[in-house]
Design a protein around this ligand. Structure first.
Ligand code: PLP
Length: 360
């Protein structure tokens, strides 16, 4: 068996030890006589799994008691609709910082149910930076204030949370949840698809302040009302049982690594390895200013589409795969989520140095 270094933006690399545990328990989970895949979601074994997953996530992120943790389906995309359906309760207005492809989708969906006030945007430079915020542009009567904390495609990241006062801050954390220490109490809602730092695709984590649950718009379908799932501890209907089980294994792995402080330290070291090289390279260039750089998704270019293609092909032949950038940005993108070992980033930088020397 030879595993490559997988720089995919998602679904993405998982910790090898998690895959090994899942493999060892695939046919029979503990002494249950069956696979987790085959278990009723109402069985005692499975209830212990989902409860452990929630307990571990609460511990890792320091999620306060007054927040519900939900395991839902529909991906982050469904949250683009669920957030406005559940939070538009007064002015039916949302403030939003427009930072890329994923806020474009969120805007389109929220506009179906109310108005979206774009308080700042980086569209003028292909979303390559996080715009500065002027609180005078904020709406004091907004029902919520929306950001995408890490822009997977553009490689930018919020390093300071907007100060929204009493207006609940909502964050799409799909590509940087669990990557660094974050103060959950700054947020009204955090949501994230699982397929980057949590598990295989299939579950969406929603962390929501309890007072924001229970006033959904009348048109809200039962399944899209946070209250439906909060009341039933994410077991209103059949949840994505196996994905939640793998998420639990990943949470255990994060605890073994030393929790988020240790994970964050390693992520900063990994990202710096690549950014430091990009800053000194004469061939490769990063596309994001230093202060807004993502720790998870690092886009870079050579300036020549032909050379970019040659690099991506040569890298793949050397076991460094999924480095093609998103079509809206071009070039390359290295996604280096929690489970990417430092050795993977070292191997990438070494290969880039060789490629640069050969193509100088
Ligand atoms: C920041 C962000 N938001 C939303 C999405 C869409 O997620 P999903 O495919 O789970 O709906 C993605 C993509 O993976 C993403 O990176």
């Amino acid at each position: 068996m030879s595993r490559v270094f997988n720089f995919s933006a998602g679904p993405a690399v998982l910790p090898e030890s998690v895959l090994r545990t899942a493999a060892s328990e695939l046919l029979e989970y503990r002494d249950s006589g069956m696979s987790v895949m085959e278990m009723s979601h109402r069985s005692r074994d499975y209830e212990a799994i989902i409860q452990d997953a929630e307990r571990l996530l609460r511990e890792i992120m320091g999620i306060p008691e007054q927040y519900s943790v939900l395991f839902l389906q529909g991906g982050a995309h469904l949250q683009f609709a669920m957030v406005p359906l559940n939070l538009f309760r007064g002015s039916k207005k949302a403030d939003l910082v427009h930072t890329g492809a994923w806020t474009t989708r969120a805007i389109a969906e929220a506009k179906k149910y109310g108005t979206v006030n774009i308080v700042a945007s980086s569209e003028d430079a292909n979303f390559s930076y996080i715009p500065k915020l002027d609180t005078k542009a904020f709406s004091p009567d907004a029902d919520y204030f929306y950001i995408c904390s890490n822009n997977t495609i553009e490689g930018t990241r919020f390093t300071v949370w907007p100060d929204t006062g009493p207006v609940p801050l909502v964050a799409d954390m799909s590509s940087n949840i669990l990557s660094e220490v974050m103060d959950v109490s700054r947020f009204g809602v955090i949501f994230a698809g699982s397929q980057k730092n949590v598990a295989p695709a299939g579950v969406t984590i929603v962390i929501i302040r309890k007072d924001l649950i229970g006033a959904a718009m009348e048109i809200t379908p039962t399944m899209l009302d946070y209250a439906t799932h909060a009341k039933e501890n994410s077991l209103y209907n059949t949840p994505p049982t196996y994905t939640i089980y793998v998420a639990k294994l990943v949470f255990e792995w994060i605890m073994e690594q030393g929790g988020l402080p240790a994970i964050e330290k390693r992520n900063v070291e990994k990202a710096n390895l690549l950014y430091d090289y990009l800053d000194e390279s004469t061939l490769f260039k990063g596309t994001v200013p230093r202060e807004d750089r993502s720790l998870m998704n690092i886009p870079f270019v050579t300036g020549s589409a032909a050379l970019d293609d040659a690099f991506i092909t040569a890298a793949a032949k050397n076991g460094l795969v999924q480095l093609k950038g998103h079509r809206s940005v071009g070039g390359m993108r290295a996604s280096i989520y929690n489970a990417m070992p430092v050795e993977g980033v070292q191997a990438l930088v070494e290969f880039m140095k060789r490629f640069e020397a050969e193509n100088a």
